[in-house]
Design a protein around this ligand. Structure first.
Ligand SMILES: *Cc1c(COP(=O)(O)O)cnc(C)c1O
Length: 222
C-alpha cells in the first residue's frame, strides 16, 4: 500500500497525467477515461484539496459512510457506489448515488428496479463480474454474466451501462481486464470500470472507460 502522501494535489495531478499518457500510448482519447477518485476511509483533509483541484467524480464503498461524508456537499458531484450493496439499502443507494457499480444478483436487481420506479431517480448501473471466481468476492461469475445481464434488462427492466471487476489480489490484472472486455462486447456494453492504484494504466490499455483510484490520489487509507 502507498505511503501517506504529503501533497495530495500533486499526487492527484500525477494520476491525471498518468491516465492521459496511458490513453495516448494506445491511441485512445484521454477524455474517454474518467477518474473515479475513491475517497472511502479518507479524512476530509485529504479529500478537500482534490475537490478544490477540480475533481468531481468520487467513489465510496459503503452507503452509510458515503451519505455521512457527502451529505450537503454532493451538489455538482458524481458519486459512485463501488462496494457491495445489500438489497435493504437499495432505497438509500438509489436516492444518493449517481452510479451503482456493484449490481450482481437478481434480488438486488429487483430491489433497485422497484426503487427506481418509486423514486423516479435513475442511477447508472454497472454489473460487477467476479472474473477470478473468488468465493469471498462479490460479482456474478463470468459464465453467468450473459444470463444475468439479460435478466436485468428483461424481467427487471434495468438499463445496464457497463461492467465492473476487481481482479484477484496478487495476480496479473491484464487477463481479467481482457475477460471483462469480452463479456462487455458480446453484450453490447461500451463501458468498463476497471483498474485501481496499482493497475489503472494496464486497465486503460485493455479499454477501461473509468478507473477507480484511491490511495494513489489520496494516500494510504487509515
Ligand atoms: C478501495 C477500492 C478501490 C481503490 O483502491 P486503491 O488501491 O486505493 O486505488 C477501487 N475499487 C474498489 C472496488 C475499491 O473497493
Amino acid at each position: 500500500m502507498a505511503q501517506p502522501l504529503s501533497d495530495p494535489p500533486r499526487a492527484y495531478a500525477d494520476v491525471v497525467a498518468r491516465i492521459g499518457r496511458a490513453a495516448q500510448a494506445v491511441g485512445r482519447d484521454p477524455a474517454a477515461v474518467s477518474l473515479v477518485a475513491v475517497s472511502k476511509q479518507q479524512p476530509w483533509e485529504a479529500i478537500a484539496p482534490v475537490l478544490a483541484a477540480g475533481q468531481r467524480i468520487f467513489g465510496e464503498n459503503r452507503v452509510q459512510d458515503a451519505m455521512t461524508r457527502w451529505e450537503g456537499r454532493a451538489a455538482g458531484l458524481t458519486l459512485h457506489l463501488i462496494g457491495p450493496l445489500q438489497s435493504n439499502k437499495a432505497a438509500d443507494a438509489v436516492a444518493f448515488f449517481d452510479v451503482v457499480e456493484t449490481l450482481d444478483r437478481e434480488r438486488l436487481a429487483a430491489a433497485l428496479a422497484r426503487e427506481i420506479d418509486r423514486q423516479g431517480r435513475r442511477p447508472r448501473l454497472y454489473v460487477q463480474v467476479n472474473t477470478g471466481e473468488e468465493p469471498q468476492k462479490a460479482g456474478v461469475i463470468p459464465a453467468g454474466a450473459d444470463a444475468f445481464i439479460a435478466a436485468c434488462r428483461g424481467p427487471h427492466g434495468l438499463e445496464i451501462e457497463g461492467l465492473m471487476c476487481i481482479p484477484p489480489f496478487g495476480e496479473p490484472s491484464g487477463p481479467h481486464f481482457a475477460l471483462l472486455g469480452r463479456i462487455a462486447a458480446r453484450n453490447g456494453l461500451a463501458k468498463l470500470s476497471m483498474g485501481m492504484s496499482d493497475d489503472f494504466e494496464t486497465a486503460i490499455r485493455f479499454g477501461a472507460t473509468s478507473v477507480r483510484v484511491g490511495s494513489a490520489v489520496f494516500g494510504a487509507r487509515a
